[in-house]
Design a protein around this ligand. Sequence first.
Ligand code: EPZ
Length: 419
Amino acid sequence: MDKLAIIGGRPLYGVIPISGAKNSALKVMAASLLSDQELTLENVPRLADVDMLLRLLNQHGVASVFENSTLRLRAKDIASTEAPYDLVRKMRASFNVLGPLLAREGKAKVSLPGGCAIGARPVDLHLKALGAMGADIELDEGYVFAAAPDGLKGADISFPFVSVGATEHVMLAAVLAEGRTVISNAAREPEIADLAVCLNAMGAGIAGAGTSTITIDGVKSLSGATHRVLPDRIETGAYAMAVGATGGELTLKGADGSLLGAGLSVLEETGLLVEPVDGGLKVKKQVDRCRAVDIVTQPFPGVATDLQAQFMALLATADGVSRIKETIFENRFMHAPELARMGAQISVDGQTATVRGVPRLKGAPVMATDLRASMSLVIAALAAEGQSMVNRVYHLDRGFERLEDKLADCGALIERVKD
Ligand code: EPZ
């Protein structure tokens, strides 16, 4: 398994291009199943997760051409309505093919995604919503068997709590349902609005995406379209925090600060200047040592849970005591003991971590069990004294495009060590 060798202590200067958002690309890719025409997606990041979903779409009959960052997808005919365990268990976002297959073909057999390192992550809201839209759903041998031979019907769906994936799943199914679907307590993440822009370009009737009530008027068929995936807000936040941890000044090309929600003001509170410039964002460290802050993760526009681990790395060397409360996932502090191996002073009590900033971290061999946690270790290693070895780089390859090249271009001493 590849590792990253990082020698810390060098400030970052230069330009980092921000890639298209992984968590948007994966959903708009699933939209290709809804039409027999070509869907052209621009600004698609080259990531292991994107490749994995592509493999699944290919076996459903989607023809694909991926050149540079443009992905052309065409599902002229659906070859199979079954999504096998091997392709779904590795990546939860694959589960979202269920709705489109059901909407287009009237049936689907999709493996349950199972738990993952950050928590149990059930799909009960997804299944209940599809059931409310008229699908017959049965669970057997780890698979969801869903059928709607007469098509899906619009329904009023009120989520008891906010779920990004379930909101997107209902949107992907309701666009071809008969009649109107209204989602209440919908997720408001920027990726939801991006999915709506893509589906509407294909001819769907979605209004209100980005607010907590989304209305979808079903149509009989969808056409092809061209859609540009929005910039990755988590990658943006992570590189901004790398500047906070190491010092220096970066231009994040293509980034949009408004996509960070409350995360933007937290970055500023720590002592970073984050300023829109032509074609992106400028990030500069304005203080010698970042200031401690308290953070509570929340659905958008709150601070993203996907930035929590990176904030912990930044705050590990901040001046003062920070408290971080994780409210979205029950087990998302696995990076804390790894950061402690580098000298961070962190105590975890249930869903709250208390971080007492130390002046300097020390390089160490570390590893993480998920993508964002791995990025937090990279940030810590960039700031630490001496060499760190970040193991299990495959996590980073799932979600950060050309990570070591982007950082090395800005002065970081970072190298991939092949095993
Ligand atoms: C998406 O996951 C993202 N993944 C996650 O990013 C992100 O952390 C999360 O949204 C929250 O922002 C993708 O977009 C591919 P949820 P998702 O449904 O949709 C519970 C990353 O690192 N829940 O909003 O799976 C669930 O367990 C990943 O890129 C149910 O109980 O998240 C969680 O506690 C990690 N039943 C909460 O809701 C359900 O049916 C919110 O999850 C669905 C969810």
